[in-house]
Design a protein around this ligand. Structure first.
Ligand code: NOJ
Ligand code: CA
Length: 708
């Protein structure tokens, strides 16, 4: 039952005859944040935000340029010359229960201000702005109500700006219309240089557009100790927002992803934009713990959610990325047109999939992902190939019916894979048939993928058309009671609250890069909780135990920039209701003692505590398993070794726990000795503390099991 502390909504609808001097203000429920809105002398909407009297956003502009769809001419300006028609204050304090999540209940507590503004001109148009001020941040949204002088319109540009108070340290990805799989960069704002050449090579479909552009979620740290995160919530029917930095005054301006015509969004009244979010605290741990982005999304539209299940899975996957197996079944046979000559390396063959099903059943996994099962992989890669996959035709060595029976008998779910090769028109044509095929063969989860240049040609991964496509997939899969994991989609913005079948997204540089590029840096996963994860869970695919690439190819010298214990810790530091044990069964069978942590760790939680963190350096998280008394802890560090002593006061008072501690061996090091770990056991209570030693690039994982 949803516990409602109290809910109070108060409207004071007042008609204002404001002058430019009148500021409308808000204070957050605990008083830490102060917000002001006003119109400046030019009639431009302005806002500012302070945290405990420190400036977070200095006076910054709001506004939007619209075009008439009829003649493509500008509609009256909403960027200046505005008049305030009315404003209203509102407050709300409620609790809600997520279908799955980091905590059992979420508090949604804010003060709000709604303003209605009108343009000048003889055919004026209207917009409303809603500002919601939480204890850890601000969300604001533009809306366009029904009105006589505007129905269909085009968004040409948004003038949302964030004028920061100084040259903050920034954790940034280069602005792009198609990819978020770049390595994160850390620099002062004044040193941001997103020049294209630096990012060439590793990323196939990318559309760089400005050397001063960065993506959201953008994480910032000020000299005076403020942690600031800028992102968006509820990205629906609108393009994603990049930010262009003006280094002279540290102002970030919204840069929306365009379509081929340069337009940003096609809208129809009544409608609203996504929320722009600024999350702020003087404690780093408050940023990943924030629920503001979820709170700005609508409640679940799926009424019966009993079929939605957080999932731990293995899969026919890493073996393709490391080159041991291939997605495709064979090569075209020149003497028999249309026939493939098997090359013997096909990963998704029935015998191999059975092996994964056996392994999953033996070790208690929910699912087995199989990639490369369907016809098309023999010629899928490259620009703009329209009809590659039909999503229902298996390769000759993949026996759909047999595997359906085999998996069902072993109580394991097969997870479907739909690589679209970014031919989204083709996917849209096949979606219903593909989902019916899934349901007929016992699949209730799908991993989608969008590798390559988008068809419709000229559209981008992060533009309005694709944003709508990802949501169509989420809705349609929900109609079929299918859970969704989207790879290469737009970055998430909390929509899994509204569509909880949308368990996870990739939308960032995942584990796969460690298999075939220069890899992810040792600080990668210490930055993630402050950037990518602000919008929602990621299918990062942790759990790699064979850390030397020479295991798979003697010519390869690379090691993954992590220790084995850190791979275990990621199951706790990364929040996701969908977690893969990504390595091959054989890699785990050689180290069953360490594998035990992956088997035990939960994927759904009643509570989560961010114990300590510094973006780019380290993070330590403790979580309590859903409906159980077990706790799990993960601690990771960057390239520097680290010792930390943690109070165990998060454990339930009065209980005794057996702690199993999976740590780096004393001589472990992410470069020259990544696989060295030790496992120790210890009885503990909430009154004690625990000291963990993390190797360079290392981590530690702990499970706490109550003992009677
Ligand atoms: C990229 C995805 O991120 C990866 O997980 C998948 O294996 C390949 N595309 C092939 O679809
Ligand atoms: Ca990817």
């Amino acid at each position: 039952m949803i516990k409602k502390l109290f809910a109070a909504v108060m409207f004071t609808a007042l008609v204002f005859f404001v002058t430019a001097q009148n500021k409308l203000t808000l204070r957050s429920p605990n008083g830490n944040l102060s917000f002001a809105f006003w119109l400046n002398d030019a009639g431009t909407a302005m806002y500012s935000l302070d945290y405990k009297s420190k400036a977070v956003v200095l006076p910054s502009t709001l506004g939007i340029d619209l075009l008439n769809t009829f003649d493509n001419k500008p509609l009256p300006s909403l960027a200046s010359g505005l008049t305030l028609l009315r404003s209203a204050n509102m407050g709300s304090d409620t609790w809600w229960k997520p279908v799955w999540g980091e905590v059992k209940m979420i508090r949604d507590n804010y003060k709000a201000l709604l303003v209605t503004l009108t343009s000048g001109g003889d055919k004026p148009i209207r917009m409303t702005l809603t500002f919601k001020l939480f204890d850890d941040g601000l969300g604001f949204q533009y809306a366009f109500p029904d009105q006589p002088n505007m129905t269909h319109f085009i968004v040409q540009n948004e003038h949302t700006t964030f004028r920061l108070a100084g040259d903050h340290k920034a954790f940034w990805l280069p602005g792009d219309y198609d990819s978020n799989e770049f390595n994160p960069n850390t620099s002062l704002l004044s040193e941001v240089d997103a020049a294209d050449g630096k990012y060439a090579g590793e990323i196939y479909a990318k559309t760089f557009f400005d050397k001063n552009a960065v993506q959201t979620p953008l994480m910032l740290k000020s000299n005076d100790g403020l942690y600031i995160n800028i992102h968006e919530a509820a990205l629906v029917n609108y393009p994603a927002m990049n930010l262009i930095l003006d280094k002279r005054n540290f102002t970030l301006s919204s840069a929306l992803v365009p379509d081929a015509l340069g337009n940003k969004a096609y809208l129809q009244t009544p409608c609203k934009t996504p929320w722009r979010t600024i999350i702020v605290s003087d404690k780093a741990t408050d940023i990943p713990a924030s629920k503001t982005i979820l709170n700005l999304n609508d409640p679940s539209v799926i009424k019966n959610t009993s079929w939605i299940k957080p999932t731990k899975y293995v899969g026919v996957w890493w073996e393709m990325h490391v080159g041991k197996a291939s997605w495709d079944y064979g090569i075209p046979d020149s003497s028999h047109p249309g026939v493939l000559k098997p090359h013997g390396k096909h990963g998704a063959n029935t015998a191999n999939v059975k092996r994964y099903i056996d392994f999953a059943a033996l070790h208690g996994f929910d699912g087995v992902l199989v990639e490369g099962w369907n016809v098309g992989w023999e010629d899928w890669f490259g620009r703009y190939k329209e009809n590659v996959f039909d999503f229902v035709t298996p390769y000759p060595d993949f026996d759909v019916k047999l595997l359906q029976r085999y998996a069902a008998a072993k109580k394991v779910k097969l997870i479907m894979h739909h690589e679209t090769s970014a031919s989204v028109t083709n996917y849209e044509r096949h979606m219903d048939t593909a989902y019916r095929f899934m349901k007929a063969h016992g699949y209730d989860a799908v991993k989608t993928g969008y590798v390559g240049r988008i068809i419709p040609r000229g559209e981008h991964h992060d533009g309005q058309w694709m944003v709508n496509h990802y949501l169509r997939v989420a809705k349609k899969t929900a109609d079929y009671q299918i859970m969704l994991d989207a790879h290469e989609p737009v970055r998430p913005t909390g929509l899994s609250r509204t569509y909880p079948n949308w368990l996870a997204c990739e939308a960032a540089r995942g584990m796969e890069f460690n298999a075939w590029s220069k890899g992810n840096k040792p600080d990668h996963e210490t930055i993630f909780p402050f950037t990518r994860f602000m919008g929602g869970p990621m299918d990062y695919t942790p759990g790699i135990f064979e850390l030397k690439m020479s295991t798979w190819d003697p010519m390869k010298k690379e090691t993954i920039h992590t220790t084995l214990a850190k791979q275990l810790a990621l199951y706790v530091t990364i929040y996701s209701p969908l977690q893969m044990a990504a390595d091959l069964p054989g890699s785990y069978e050689k180290r069953l003692d360490a594998f035990q942590f992956i088997k035990d760790v939960a994927v759904d939680w009643d509570d989560s505590k961010y114990l300590e963190a510094e973006p780019g350096d380290y993070i330590t998280v403790a979580r309590k398993a859903k409906g159980k008394a077990n706790w799990f802890l993960g601690a990771i560090t960057d390239e520097n070794p680290r010792s930390t002593t943690l109070s165990l006061d998060f454990l339930d008072a009065g209980k005794k726990y057996m702690a199993t501690i999976y740590s780096d061996a004393p001589d472990a090091h992410y470069e020259n000795n990544p696989g060295a770990y030790v496992i120790t056991k210890k009885m503990v209570t909430s009154k004690e503390s625990l000291t963990l030693q993390l190797a360079a690039g290392g981590g530690a994982a702990v499970s706490f099991v109550p003992v009677k």
